[in-house]
Design a binder for this molecule. Structure first.
Ligand SMILES: [Zn+2]
Length: 398
């Protein structure tokens, strides 16, 4: 288990050449006309055609061998606890396994599985600050885990949110997993969070596990969180008419999760498309959970939505990259100069019926991952978890 991710010792220059297909992560232009990407000191420095950009002085050269480069995938909804361990299914190394599924950034929706999780205000604030610090200092396998997402309780006052923000907390855990389950209280606290720059999300739908509760459309719309967390339920979804009301009643992010209701995910997708609002769709796994831990969960969502939801694969990848990055103000998720050099290099899986990677995803297959890169540093080569890629990239020079 890679607990201590490799860090660059000095200046770095990564060149990825011979790219067969470059997906941008941006819905307005999902495919870029380029075969070479250069990253300096962890940030994308140039994108273009070989011969047109300066590749001299590279510290690492990757030959993509005609494969596909995609921004590192973002899981918008995870429940980490401590390091690379989860008590929910008692697994060790789950984050490193997600890296092998192409996930380079994760967003905590609350560290709710912490054994003996404190629910008093001082205790929950302390735990949020601890989680934020701990995952900032330790990146399992190199994965960027944005954690420290307190679950709000009714006793909290505005000063608590101010204090959390000043301490570096930037997220709320799912509203509804704590004592606050009514619209007016949730709205007041979400407003305080927003005032101090803390993003919010909400648990949508029926209870996930014994002890949690129902959050229906009225509470979701009144709370007005930045993201409508698992609008397809986690697992139990709201009725379709309520999902439609939420889509039409706000402009917030519509998060679809793996550990939810797949039919409701497709219903939400179709509704958002009718509204011309696909930019609101973002993806998560909601893992670890009762349903388990899915290293390929984000890839499976991309494939599900593309194949059964009739979305071009290059657009479905935007749901897991650029859409989430923009909505959550992350510096990754898009192939753009200045962004974090976080990439997944993939190809059509061996023996897929698809003619190329995009066609294979549209047929419902998963791609094979050949390499992951975070902050311009190669983290993994051929994935131990995906089906084997037909072609794989190679490190050809240092
Ligand atoms: Zn939830």
């Amino acid at each position: 288990m890679a607990h201590d991710a490799p860090q660059a010792a000095g200046p770095t220059k990564l060149v990825i050449r011979n790219i067969g297909l470059l997906l941008s992560g941006a819905m307005e232009k999902p495919i870029l006309d380029a075969d070479t990407v250069v990253a300096e000191n962890g940030k994308i420095a140039a994108i273009g055609r070989a011969g047109d950009i300066d590749v001299s002085g590279a510290t690492t050269i990757v030959d993509a061998n005609g494969t596909t480069v995609v921004p590192g995938l973002i899981d918008s909804h995870v429940h980490p606890v401590a390091g690379d361990w989860t008590p929910r299914q008692n697994q060790i190394g789950w984050i490193d396994s997600f890296l092998h599924g192409g996930v380079t950034t994760m967003i905590s929706a609350g560290e709710v599985h912490m054994p003996g999780r404190p629910r008093d205000v001082v205790g929950l604030k302390a735990m949020a600050i601890f989680a934020q610090r701990s995952f900032w200092n330790l990146r399992p396998g190199g994965v960027k885990v944005h954690a420290g997402a307190p679950v709000i309780e009714a006793e909290m006052v505005e000063e608590d949110f101010k204090e959390l923000a000043a301490a570096g907390v930037k997220l709320l855990g799912e509203v509804g997993l704590g004592g606050v389950k009514d619209g007016p209280t949730a709205r007041r606290m979400v407003g305080w969070a927003r005032k101090y720059g803390i993003q919010s999300t909400i648990h949508t739908g029926g209870p996930s596990i014994p002890g949690s509760g129902l959050i229906d459309k009225d509470v979701v719309l009144e709370a007005d969180t930045d993201v409508v967390g698992h609008i397809n339920g986690g697992h139990t979804a709201l009725p379709d008419d309520q999902i439609r009301c939420i889509c039409e009643g706000c402009k917030r992010g519509l998060e679809l999760v793996h550990n939810g209701n797949e039919r409701s995910a497709l219903y939400t997708l179709r509704t958002a498309r009718e509204m011309g609002d696909l930019a609101r769709i973002i993806l998560g796994t909601d893992a670890p959970a009762g349903s388990g831990v899915q290293p390929l969960g984000i890839l499976r969502m991309v494939s599900l939505l593309s194949s059964l939801g009739d979305v071009p694969a290059e657009i479905a990848f935007c749901f897991a990259t650029g859409n989430t990055a923009r909505m959550r103000s992350l510096d990754c998720g898009l192939i753009e100069v200045g962004r974090s050099a976080d990439f997944v290099i993939m190809d059509k899986a061996q023996h897929s019926a698809g003619t190329n990677i995009l066609h294979s995803v549209q047929l419902g297959d998963l791609p094979g991952i050949g390499m992951t890169i975070i902050d311009g540093i190669v983290r993994t080569q051929r994935s131990r978890n995906t089906p084997p890629a037909t072609r794989v990239p190679e490190i050809v020079g240092h």
